[in-house]
Design a protein around this ligand. Structure first.
Ligand code: SF4
Length: 289
């Protein structure tokens, strides 16, 4: 397989065939993100992608899922994306699901009909970084979309039958807007009603604008207990019809895996126990991105 630069995938795609269709991220402006900062965004030549699919057809026969890397491969124009999905379907008939990172812009560039066509060709799940439902915070972190866009685009993906996994970021609003960030994120998650939510705890990456702000004393990094209190409010404000709310990423201080709405009360009680010191939090040295 041909890989260029940093290859990132969601934890749940650990066993998937990682097919790199783009290099970098077409946005590459979020203030906290250092993943593709040095990378110029480009769509890989079709011949290379096809050669990788042929390689996978020979050597990846046990893997049932494909994940299209990099940052937001859904940005690939529809015609070219259809060719890739058709080739996966024809040459890897054992693959049951294709996943991709998406953002409000890449979803906005596809019509509902186009998304339905992608779904019919195997695109089963889109991973979308919401980070916050608070508009002031979204603007500050330069996410490039307001909460209203996030809701509309998330709902569009769901209407097309594509499952959604949404990432939110604890601590991203700093101290002053922490409560507002938690409440508003719960509001947006409830409106989209995704199948999966993953809460990560902010870790500052050297070389990013947010890191510089932190060093200049313009952005406070929340303490573990403050992040946990934020998570508590977020879960309390999130109403999903039937979704999994995870906060078990390596960056988190307390692993949470809750089926909402069923596990809401027990999860809130668990967080309260951690906040009162009855359950130990993960030490800083064990955290990772
Ligand atoms: S957070 Fe996502 S959309 Fe923003 S720059 Fe990083 S990869 Fe791109």
């Amino acid at each position: 397989m041909h890989y260029e630069g940093n290859i990132i995938r969601p934890p749940s795609e650990a066993n998937s065939i990682l097919l790199q269709a783009t290099v970098g991220c077409s946005r590459n402006k979020c203030t906290f993100c250092g993943t593709y900062r040095e990378e110029r965004f480009r769509i890989k030549p079709e011949a290379i992608i096809m050669a990788d699919i042929e390689f996978a057809a020979r050597y990846c026969r046990q893997q049932r899922r494909v994940f299209l890397c990099d940052g937001d491969a859904l940005i690939i124009p529809q015609k070219r994306l259809l060719i890739i999905l058709q080739a996966i379907r024809e040459q890897l008939p054992w693959v049951t699901r294709v996943g991709v990172y998406a953002n409000a812009k890449s979803l906005a560039l596809k019509t509902l009909e186009e998304l339905k066509t992608l779904k019919a060709l195997g695109l089963g799940i889109a991973y979308m970084g919401l980070e916050s439902g608070d508009d002031v915070t979204l603007k500050k972190i330069n996410k490039g979309a307001a909460s209203q866009d996030m809701i509309a685009m998330g709902q569009k993906a769901k209407s097309a039958g594509i499952k959604l996994s949404i990432t939110v970021l604890l601590g991203i609003a700093g101290r002053e807007r922490s409560l507002r960030h938690a409440e508003q994120t719960g509001r947006v998650l409830s409106a989209i009603d995704p199948e999966y939510v993953g809460a990560l705890s902010l870790m500052l990456i050297p070389g990013t604008p947010l890191f510089d702000d932190y060093q200049a004393g313009d952005f406070p990094l929340l303490k573990p207990e403050e992040m946990l209190a934020e998570l508590r409010t977020m879960i309390a404000c999130t109403n999903l019809s039937r979704g999994l709310f995870h906060a078990n990423h390596a960056s988190n201080y307390l692993p949470i895996r809750a089926r909402l709405p069923k596990d809401k009360e027990t999860t809130l009680k668990l967080i309260d126990l951690a906040l009162s010191g009855e359950i130990a939090l993960k030490p800083e040295y064990l955290r990772a991105l």
